[in-house]
Design a binder for this molecule. Structure first.
Ligand SMILES: Nc1ncnc2c1ncn2[C@@H]1O[C@H](COP(=O)(O)OP(=O)(O)O)[C@@H](O)[C@H]1O
Ligand SMILES: [Mg+2]
Length: 1045
């Protein structure tokens, strides 16, 4: 809401005003206060006309809304229009009835004061439509909940029902309200409509039995006949033809083009359901409506004595059923009158005229009371019950007054008298509240003021209502007076009593000119709104509003549930004379005035543009007349001279004090001084305001709006300051909380870390202590002092062992065990080595085994004994150095069964000259052969082999010792092999002479042939291998020195 105001702002208002100014020529001004020639009635009407032509039917006089009936649907009542006016300042948007509605609503909400909207204007000017528009506005725009929806619906739906029963076509208006209606809309503290209450005023009952020409009875009769289902009509005994009913033919106007009775019937039926009428209640209600129609058709005929008899029996039959009464009792009551004379009851027959009168009286009473029952019923359905405090009233109300407008017909009767009196009273209220009180206020506040002259209609009100001297008093007096009081005697009494009054004339009292237009049975009142001639015929009866006692008695017996509530039996025993209709009306109007006075009023002044109910026709004469009697010119003059806005100093200061540094935040001096300083600070010009005794008066709305806008801006900056402080505070506390939390967490975490560290230190110290202790006690048997240490030593040894186990069998490394584990370590080592050996062995194949076996033998023989042994170790022994192809086939043949197992090329040295000869050495199963080409040069049986000699040096020379005695043998053989270790190992294994290999230092002796001749081989070390016969006859062998030695 506020943002919208902000969005428009003062600049927006200025622009709008300017654009309004440029459009002024075409559409006039939207507030008469802006009219330059504001004292000219012609200018006033011209402005209305311009606007009316542009379909701008609404114009302000200050805060009063003037509305001209367009007699056509304008597209200005949509939901979008409602939204446009919602929460917006009155003068910021073009005049509209929604602006007035919203203004009242907001005033109610912000000031918590009950409001009322007074809608006035003559019949057909648009009052009822206006009240409906207001109600719709509230229904659509007010906050709502599900519960409220129903209330809203009921509030809206009460209209069609009340209109069906209380409105009728008149010459002035096709939908003329024939009753006065004041409706309170109740709101809860949230501003949602939660209930309603209706006060109804004086229904024009005479319409039930009679209508002037061109008029109709109440809508409901036609709706029932046109729209009622066949079944329903049959049950009610009705025909679908309004012409059949005496009560509907008087005005000779059954159909009206602007009214669709059939559709309206559907609307009313639906509305009755929404309001909460049960099916039974609707049925009873329609029974009553139908019975009124039947009553109208009851006919009488006179007998010889002139006493009336009923001639229409069927009607009585229907009536008895529909009204729930005894047929015969009804018949009797309609044709007789009960007279109590000297304590005795007598039944006196009625003549024809009296009987018709009694019948019509009954119809009026039944209809009138049913209407009141209907209003009560609607009130029940609208009644607000606080869900928590059932007795509590709603927070605030907005009253809507839509009462019959000022009315002048050709023939005016008691009803018009009452209606117009009512309008006088409302005009009086308007004068009191706007013209009079406003001017009085200026005076009492000491504001210099040029009084505006206006016509005060109090004089007419007094003429009508004054005690003893007023027309109503005189009428009552005539009604109560014993004797032959009549309408004419009433007229005469009037002439006697108020004959001299300036606003009262009769035929007799009038001058010649007036006399021509007045009947003898008429009196004329010069109302504020014009002259009206009232025909006194029927005044007494209508004022008495009497129902013969016996008819009342019959109705009290009714079984119709509605009628039992309408006709109370207590009424029969009540001897007191009921108040007359006019007095009742007067009293209820007085009460209404009180209600309205207690509320903050807003006004809507409705104007009727023409008498023909035509769109677009602007009847200037008619309008000038209304402008005059509505007092719009005076209204405007007071408004122009006066001030748009006034407030008590206190309220004003309280609201705007934030706009001035001196008054903010508190003003401690006199209120008037505070306000003076404030407005000075705001830059008000002297002509813009006046300071009274207790109030400030601001002349133009725009001044106030500027101030409101400033307040709005100020509110924002105040809000920003507050917000900033609050946010700062919020952030600060948040930060402090965060910091405190962080510190707390930190403290905890540090504590945890410190405790962990301490624990570690403690543990470390403990460990060290245990270590030291354990170390000291390490030699002791296991005891508490050393067990940790021992365990640790054991553990670390085992872990170390696990990491450093030897990878191969040849690797002899092994971690040094602690003393306590020496034995274990040994065991483990053994196990481990065994395991390694075992798994190594598992991997050896037979070939390799053979090789190894030979190597072992070689090792046994030569290791550490012969110099070139180490070089032979890495070289694998082969199975033979000679293949079969390399051995002469003849030799193979000569070998016969002896298969060659090993062959190697050797060099043989002659026994005598030591000549070197290339030979082959072949080994078989049993012997060794020396072969020269194809010849087996020498065979040495293994058994005959005595031994084998080699040097300890690196040469390849060796001697096979053979016994000389044997002839077959040629003596020891000196051979040289390049693979001496392999060759000799093979020989040793084949001949099983492993232990027979002599390794000699220096020299070898051997025998040469038979006779025991000896040869010597000398071995020396040298740079290279040299084998030659020395001078001493020895064979000299120089063996190269090898690095290994
Ligand atoms: N604002 C409006 N827009 C359109 N038509 C309207 C408006 N006000 C009144 N009328 C027309 O004028 C007729 C009479 O209005 P109504 O409110 O019944 O008059 P009142 O209650 O003053 O006697 C309505 O039936 C409707 O046709
Ligand atoms: Mg009306």
């Amino acid at each position: 809401m506020k943002y919208r105001v902000m969005a428009v702002g003062s600049e927006g208002v200025r622009l709008m005003m300017e654009s309004a100014l440029t459009a002024r020529d075409r559409v006039g001004v939207q507030d008469f206060v802006l009219l330059e020639n504001y004292t000219s009635e012609a200018a006033f009407i011209e402005n209305l006309r311009k606007r009316f032509k542009e379909n701008l039917i609404y114009t302000y006089i200050g805060s009063v809304l003037v509305s001209v009936n367009p007699y056509k649907d304008l597209e200005i009542y949509s939901k979008q229009h409602m939204e446009r006016y919602r929460g917006v300042n009155f003068y910021e948007v073009s005049p509209h009835i929604y602006a007035v509605s919203d203004n009242s609503y907001r005033a109610m909400r912000t000031e918590r004061k009950d409001q009322c909207i007074l809608i006035s204007g003559e019949s057909g000017a648009g009052k009822t439509e206006a009240s409906k528009k207001i109600l719709q506005y509230y229904a659509v725009t007010c906050p709502a909940s599900d519960k409220v929806e129903l209330v809203k619906d009921r509030l809206l739906q009460s209209n069609p029902v009340l209109e069906a029963f209380g409105n009728a076509k008149t010459l002035r208006n096709d939908n003329s309200s024939r009753f006065g209606k004041y409706m309170d809309i109740q709101f809860d503290f949230k501003g949602a409509p939660v209930g309603g209450h209706i006060l109804n005023y004086l229904l024009e009952k005479s319409r039930v039995v009679h209508q002037n020409h061109g008029e109709r009875n109440f809508h409901i009769f036609y709706q029932l006949i046109e729209g009622g289902e066949e079944d329903l009509l049959r049950r009610l005994g009705l025909e679908r033809n309004a012409q059949q009913y005496q009560y509907l033919v008087k005005g000779n106007c059954p159909k009206v083009s602007s009214i669709n009775d059939k559709n309206d019937w559907k609307t009313v039926r639906k509305a009755l359901t929404v309001i909460g009428f049960s099916e039974d209640e609707v049925e009873e209600l329609l029974n009553i409506i139908a019975s009124v129609l039947h009553l109208g058709n009851v006919q009488f005929a006179g007998d010889e004595a002139g006493n009336s008899q009923i001639t229409t029996e069927t009607q009585i039959k229907y009536l008895a059923r529909l009204l729930g009464v005894e047929g015969t009792a009804l018949k009797e009551a309609l044709t007789h009158k009960k007279i109590i004379a000297k304590g005795e009851e007598l039944m006196s027959p009625l003549n024809l005229e009296q009987a018709a009168y009694a019948r019509d009286a009954l119809s009026k009473a039944v209809y009138g009371r049913t209407f009141s029952w209907l209003v009560n019923k609607i009130n029940e359905s609208l009644s607000y019950k606080d869900p928590i405090y059932p007795g509590r009233k709603s927070a605030a109300v907005i009253g809507l007054l839509d009462i019959y407008g000022f009315e002048v017909f050709q023939h005016n009767s008691f009803e018009q008298f009452c209606i117009n009196y009512c309008n006088e009273k409302l005009q009086q209220l308007f004068i009191e509240l706007t013209l009079k009180s406003e001017q009085e206020e200026y005076e009492s506040e000491g504001i210099t003021w040029e009084p505006v002259q206006y016509f005060n209609n109090k004089i007419i009100c007094d003429l009508v209502e004054e005690k003893f001297k007023g027309i109503i008093s005189i009428l009552d007096e005539e009604c109560l007076r014993p004797g032959d009081a009549s309408d004419i005697t009433f007229l005469e009494k009037l002439e006697d009593t108020v004959g001299g009054h300036a606003h009262f004339v009769t035929h007799k009292l009038a001058d010649g000119k007036t006399r021509k237009v007045m009947g003898r049975e008429e009196f004329r009142l010069l109302h504020y709104a014009g002259e009206v001639n009232y025909n006194v015929n029927g005044f007494l009866d209508k004022n008495n509003d009497l129902l013969f006692r016996n008819l009342k008695e019959v109705m009290c017996q009714s079984e119709n549930k509605i009628l039992t509530q309408c006709f109370d039996r207590d009424e029969l025993s009540d001897k007191k004379r009921p108040e007359t209709a006019a007095t009742q009306f007067k009293n209820s109007l007085a009460k209404l005035m009180e209600i309205l006075m207690s509320k903050e009023p807003s006004y809507i002044r409705c104007i009727k543009p023409n008498d023909a109910k035509q769109a677009g026709r602007f009847d200037e004469v008619l309008i000038r007349h209304q402008v005059k009697y509505l007092g719009l010119m005076e209204n405007l003059r007071v408004r122009r001279a006066g001030f748009a806005y006034r407030r008590k100093y206190e309220t004003f200061l309280q609201r705007y004090k934030s706009l001035c540094p001196e008054t903010w935040p508190n003003w401690n001096g006199r209120l008037a001084d505070g306000v003076a300083i404030l407005v000075k600070h705001l830059g008000y010009k002297p002509e813009e305001y006046k300071l009274g005794r207790s109030k400030i008066f601001i002349r133009f709305p725009k001044t106030l709006f500027a101030t409101e806008d400033a307040l709005e801006v100020r509110k924002h900056s105040l809000a920003t300051t507050l917000q900033a402080a609050w946010r700062g505070y919020g952030q600060k506390s948040k930060f402090q909380k965060l910091r405190a939390s962080a510190i707390l967490i930190q403290a905890w975490w540090r504590g945890i870390l410190a405790r962990r560290k301490a624990a570690r230190r403690r543990w470390a110290a403990n460990t060290i202590r245990r270590f030291v202790k354990g170390f000291i006690y390490r030699q002791q048997p296991r005891c508490p002092e050393n067990e940790y240490f021992l365990d640790y030593v054991r553990y670390s040894f085992l872990m170390n062992l696990k990491r450093n186990l030897p990878k191969t069998i040849l690797d002899k490394s092994w971690p040094v065990p602690p003393p306590a584990l020496a034995e274990t370590s040994e065991q483990l080592k053994k196990l481990y080595v065994q395991n390694m050996v075992w798994s190594y062995c598992k991997r050896i194949n037979p070939e390799w085994k053979n090789q190894l076996e030979q190597k072992v033998v070689a090792s046994e023989i030569f290791k550490d004994k012969k110099d070139n042994y180490p070089q032979s170790v890495p070289k694998l022994f082969v199975s033979s150095r000679l293949s079969n192809e390399e051995v002469n086939p003849k030799v193979i043949q000569a070998l016969g069964n002896e298969k060659m197992k090993y062959g190697v090329p050797v060099t043989k040295y002659d026994r005598k000259g030591y000549k070197a000869r290339p030979r082959q050495l072949l080994l078989t199963q049993n012997c060794a052969f020396i072969v020269e080409e194809a010849k087996l040069k020498q065979r040495i049986d293994y058994s005959a082999l005595r031994g084998i000699s080699v040097s300890s040096l690196s040469d390849g020379l060796f001697v096979l010792h053979v016994p000389c005695e044997d002839n077959k043998q040629k003596g020891d053989v000196v051979l040289q092999s390049d693979h001496v270790i392999e060759t000799l190992t093979k020989v040793a294994i084949s001949a099983e002479k492993v232990n027979n290999i002599n390794i000699n230092q220096g020299s070898i002796k051997f025998t040469v042939g038979q006779g025991g001749k000896e040869g010597i081989i000398d071995f020396t070390s040298g740079s290279e291998l040299l084998i030659a016969k020395a001078k001493n006859g020895h064979l000299s062998v120089t063996a190269p020195r090898l690095n290994s030695r």
